[in-house]
Design a protein around this ligand. Structure first.
Ligand code: HEM
Length: 420
């Protein structure tokens, strides 16, 4: 075993390190080769096993009865946060969302919306997705060849519009919702996170603000149902014929919006970051638009905006040569698995024509991303607009990164566009 990189544990999990250096590709490479099931110990955080190989992640994800989402949630907590996880007076904690459930509840609640998100189900969103892509690229074109921040102008606007439309959020509330979701996902980021010294109070307030916003929509859709996801969720029934409870309904709004927004935003800006580093791949896509399908999967593999998911072992389990003990936490690093040399040829290469792309950017098995088809449709629509209307895209300054190790990507990405 070669010596491990300095500050390895800090680099792979602390939000501050991600804010400064973004994804820890060097550390992951070392871990895959030398210590793929690595015990991680950072002072102020819960300890956990860092999982960096593709085959270990699929093994863990395929066994939700052993590796639970419900027992310890899906994010690594600071020590003091872990103590408040079960506090009943925290509205955020009591909101049950599908990503925090285990079977059989998980399957029952997932079935409520799964029909909406199938490839056929989301064809009803084709128009919204295409029009939104056109609208954001129109906005971008207003800047001509001036430097512009791709994140603010395009990447965050596109999923915001699409998700607000399907969830019935009125246009005047879009910016407020954008601010709340940024605060949630960049909780530790000094620029984007919620204000205030008392972090627990900030989390509670954030929960209440989401609650206020979505509750109005739920009440309205119960009175006047329409043919949209907002109405489907507001009026959903469970298998026993009972209506879905208010807490679960609110949780559904929250998970769909939050799981869908920052992830798609980071995949879109990550795609442009990849094209800035590999302009020949943008030219290749312009030359041959039939590559868009493989390009979309390659973008999700290469950018892996959901950096990790946590599981908690419900029993002792032998994972390769490591004995995982009951109660241990495991963090599956999707971006590390997506560069696993055992699975991918030339894994660090960004290749829009990559075939047999078994990436884990959308996770695996039980909790596989519910919005994967919508996310792919959104990326496709944006790429179609871009390759048709943009000749070249170049960097216009240094990018910055969100100080978040959970859902991660560019905070700002200055670019300069030459239009066709
Ligand atoms: C490029 C964009 C996206 C990426 C990279 C992504 C990635 C992921 C990942 C890694 C998971 C966890 C999978 C696991 O634990 O095995 C997940 C779950 C989920 N995603 Fe996405 N996602 C994206 C977009 C979306 C969108 C647009 C929506 C909704 C509109 C969405 C809704 C969800 C939901 C509801 C879950 C929980 C599923 C469950 O627990 O069964 N995601 N996503």
């Amino acid at each position: 075993m070669t010596t491990s990189p300095a500050d390895l544990d800090t680099a792979i999990i602390t939000s501050q390190a991600y804010g400064e250096q973004s994804f820890p590709f060097e550390e992951w490479r070392w871990l895959r080769a030398n210590d793929p099931i690595h015990w991680t110990d950072v002072d102020e955080l819960e300890n956990f096993w860092a999982i960096t190989r593709h085959r270990h992640i699929t093994e863990i994800s395929s066994q939700p009865e052993v590796f639970s989402n419900e027992a310890g949630n899906i994010v690594i907590f600071r020590e003091e946060q872990a103590d408040t996880f079960d506090r009943e007076d925290n509205p955020f904690n009591s909101m049950r969302v599908i990503i925090q459930m285990d079977p059989p509840d998980h399957r029952e609640f997932r079935n409520v919306a799964s029909g909406f998100f199938t490839p056929r189900g989301i064809t009803r969103l084709d128009e919204i997705v295409t029009n939104t892509a056109r609208m954001v690229i129109d906005r971008l074109s207003e800047h001509g060849s001036e430097p512009v921040d791709f994140v603010a102008e395009v990447a965050q606007r596109h999923p915001l519009r699409v998700l607000c439309t399907i969830l019935g959020v009125p246009p005047e509330d879009e910016d407020h919702l954008l601010e709340l979701t940024s605060q949630l996902f960049a909780f530790d980021d000094p620029d984007l996170g919620p204000p205030g010294e008392d972090r627990q109070a900030a989390a509670d307030l954030l929960g209440l603000q989401f609650y206020d916003l979505f509750n109005v929509i739920i009440e309205e859709r119960r009175e006047n149902p329409r043919d949209d996801l907002a109405s489907l969720l507001a009026n959903a029934q469970l298998e026993n014929g009972e209506p879905m409870g208010l807490i679960e309904t609110l949780g559904y709004y929250l998970i769909v919006f939050n799981a869908g927004h920052d992830t798609t935003r980071h995949s879109l800006s990550g795609a442009i970051g990849a094209f800035l580093d590999h302009p020949e791949e943008f030219a290749r896509l312009k030359e041959d638009p039939t590559l868009i399908k493989t390009a979309v999967d390659e973008i999700v593999r290469y950018t892996a905006p959901v950096n990790y998911m946590k599981r908690t072992a419900l029993e002792d389990y032998q994972l390769d040569d490591v004995l995982i003990k009951k109660g241990d936490r495991l963090c599956m690093f999707y971006g590390a698995a997506n560069r696993d040399e055992e699975i991918f040829d030339d894994p660090d290469r960004f290749d829009v024509g990559r075939e047999h792309n078994r990436h884990l950017g959308f996770g695996w098995a039980e909790h596989y991303c519910l919005g994967a088809h919508l996310a792919k449709a959104s990326i496709t629509a944006l790429l179609e607009q871009m390759i048709e209307r943009i000749e070249t895209i170049e960097p216009a300054g240094d990018p910055t990164y969100t100080a978040s190790s959970f859902v991660h990507g560019y905070k700002t990405l200055p670019v300069k566009v030459t239009w066709s």
